[in-house]
Write a protein that binds this ligand. Structure first.
Ligand code: RTP
Ligand code: MG
Length: 148
């Protein structure tokens, strides 16, 4: 089953948006298979965002993403990589459609609330960067009497 890496960035955590963001993925029908609150090291931030190393905003991006706790998650489901990017919305919240996470909660590009992997390859790379194999739990949804 396809998996993707999603992370509530430090601004989203500070604004108490973890619940509302995870709720959108749950309501969509995706399954949470891993999650943790963590503070990213500078080394991990630089590796995660290595594709932007040469960009003018790289230093600020690393500084921001390491500035406080993030909520890192792995979500599973059909086409979850692409669909998550659609739920998240365009990089710049001023261009992101209402109804998307960035469109509803974000204002400026360098504080855009949430990260989502941009391809299957990125998803695999990022999941392995942030999670150990035994931190991911695959499980069946049950239709049994003890669920109320
Ligand atoms: P992300 O990787 O964080 O999920 O965002 P993304 O794919 O939508 O956008 P990407 O091009 O990968 O950019 C990574 C992050 O860099 C910041 N950024 N700042 N100042 C700027 O012009 C600028 N452009 C990008 C954003 O915070 C973006 O999420
Ligand atoms: Mg990106």
């Amino acid at each position: 089953m396809e998996k993707t890496f999603v992370m509530v960035k430090p601004d989203g955590v500070q604004r108490n948006l973890i619940g509302q963001i995870t709720n959108r993925f749950e309501k969509k029908g995706f399954q949470l298979v891993g999650a943790k609150l963590m503070v990213i090291s500078t080394e991990l931030a630089e590796t995660h965002y290595a594709e932007h190393k040469e960009k003018a905003f790289f230093g600020e991006l690393v500084e921001f993403i390491t500035s406080g706790p993030v909520f890192a998650m792995v979500w599973e489901g059909d086409n979850v990589v692409n669909t998550s990017r659609n739920l998240i919305g365009k990089t710049n919240p001023s261009e992101a459609s209402p109804g998307t996470i960035r469109g509803d909660f974000g204002v400026i590009v360098d504080k855009n609330i949430i990260h989502g992997s941009d391809s299957l390859e990125s998803a695999e790379r990022e999941i392995n960067l942030f999670f150990k194999q035994d931190e991911l739990i695959s499980y069946e949804k049950q239709e049994s009497a003890w669920i109320y």
